[in-house]
Design a protein around this ligand. Structure first.
Ligand SMILES: Cc1cc2nc3c(=O)[nH]c(=O)nc-3n(C[C@H](O)[C@H](O)[C@H](O)COP(=O)(O)OP(=O)(O)OC[C@H]3O[C@@H](n4cnc5c(N)ncnc54)[C@H](O)[C@@H]3O)c2cc1C
Length: 393
């Protein structure tokens, strides 16, 4: 098999997983990231369903399990003083024999990055400035003035992908706003309860706190917006102002939770989805959120990033001399999972839009119908295909 020189933009989840498997197949891989180092933030993300065998295949199951959060379930506050509605998700999932790993996003990125360090070349603080391709290679000019030539370029650079903008056109063609915003940060509070996600709701808004021992309390902010809010999405202080404005005027949650907005690990973005007819053009291909973001409200970001990266690397390993055939195979195999997860957002449960729907949600969750939530543990998960990662040389 011919050894390829491959550039990957994005060192979060999808990029390093693709890098691992491509390097495993003997290819030369460079990963770049716009940030000055590995980014740490993010709440617990789920390594679930077909992502589990990929992580097992990378030899990382023990490290991921060791870093996992001990999530027991949800408690929905009704009004101050009344008992919350308790959904013991762990017990519901145990009934159907389901297990997954929930791990802080930054920790997952670190575990995968560390597993690739020896075989992959990482460069931080740099992005693609210009890109030109023909039938045999891709020429790249980087933002630091250096340049390189590659057989393939993979854009794993997230919802606001620069690779997608340069090769496929403006973000507005592909990114679809789903009427919510999501923020996350850490705080110290008296209300966080070990392992339980405690929800405070007002119509169109939810604030959730979850305690994880020494890791502190994780706070999630989610709110509805009829149209996109105008702010500079790369300016973290501007992001903080957006969340503060949405939550500062009330007393329906413990006020110390707002300190999470000022935390260093604060993360904020719209709940948006990426929809593209084709994830590839010539020798350039997209993977993870860059190609098919389902949003944090799908709970499937890590699943889709890990499985997509594995399938892309597997398809390239299978057909290294025919990128178009490899990229078509990857998209064909990954698309059904993406379509399924993009349809299944949980904002209806976590952020009901009116006082009536909050009341209705609480009635349903305090009845035996809460069992529906074990549906987040699908019973018949299709087996992930195996690929021949025989060494290139
Ligand atoms: C700091 C951070 C915190 C997050 N927190 C959460 C969370 O709390 N909950 C949740 O559900 N999801 C969160 N996400 C998103 C989640 O990681 C993804 O939905 C999912 O895991 C898919 O990963 P990905 O690798 O495709 O994209 P992402 O995780 O978005 O990673 C994209 C990477 O590309 C880099 N990048 C961006 N632009 C460029 C460029 N032009 N050139 C090179 N590199 C670039 C970014 O720095 C980042 O490292 C977070 C992402 C980040 C980066």
């Amino acid at each position: 098999m011919r050894k390829l020189n491959i550039l990957i933009a994005g060192a979060s989840i999808a990029g390093p997983v693709a890098a691992y498997w491509l390097a495993h197949a003997g290819h030369q891989v460079t990963v770049i990231d716009l940030s000055n180092g590995l980014r740490n933030g993010g709440n617990g993300v789920d390594v679930r369903e077909q992502a589990v065998p990929v992580i097992v295949g990378m030899g990382l199951a023990e490290r991921v399990a060791a870093g996992s959060l001990d999530t027991k379930g949800f408690k929905f506050e009704t009004c101050r003083g009344s008992a919350p509605i308790v959904v013991n998700l762990r017990a519901l999932q145990a009934e159907v024999g389901y297990q997954d790993f929930e791990i802080p996003r930054g920790d997952l990125a670190r575990v995968i990055h560390d597993a690739t360090l020896e075989a992959v070349d990482y460069r931080f603080g740099v992005a693609i400035a210009e890109l030109e391709q023909d039938d045999v290679r891709v020429r790249v000019l980087f933002t630091d003035g250096t340049n390189g030539e590659y057989d393939l370029v993979i854009g794993a650079d997230g919802l606001h992908s620069g690779t997608r903008r340069i090769v496929f056109g403006p973000e507005s063609k592909y990114v679809h706003f789903r009427n919510f915003y999501f923020g996350f940060g850490s705080a110290v509070s008296a209300v966080g309860e070990e392992g339980w996600a405690r929800f405070y709701n007002k119509p169109g808004r939810s604030l959730t706190v979850q305690a994880f021992g020494e890791r502190g309390d994780q706070v999630h902010f989610m709110f509805r917006a009829d149209k996109p809010i105008v702010y500079d999405y790369r300016d973290v202080d501007a992001q903080r102002d957006v969340v503060r404005k949405a939550f500062v005027d009330d007393n329906w949650f413990p006020p110390e939770l707002l300190t999470a907005i000022d935390g260093e690990d604060f993360y904020f973005d719209s709940i948006s989805q990426v929809k593209m007819e084709s994830w590839h053009k010539g020798r350039v291909v997209l993977v993870g959120d860059a190609a098919y973001c389902a949003s944090p409200a799908s709970g499937a970001g890590a699943l889709l990033a890990i499985t997509g990266a594995y399938r892309l690397a597997g398809a390239i390993a299978q057909d290294p001399d025919n990128p178009t055939a490899a990229f078509c195979l990857y998209q064909k195999r990954q698309q059904p999972l993406v379509a399924q997860k993009q349809k299944a957002l949980f904002t209806g449960i976590t952020v009901p839009s009116s006082a009536f729907t909050i009341w209705l949600r609480n009635i349903v969750l305090s009845s035996p119908l809460a069992r529906m939530l074990s549906g987040v543990a699908p019973k018949n998960v299709p087996t992930l295909e195996e690929y021949d990662f025989g060494k290139a040389g």
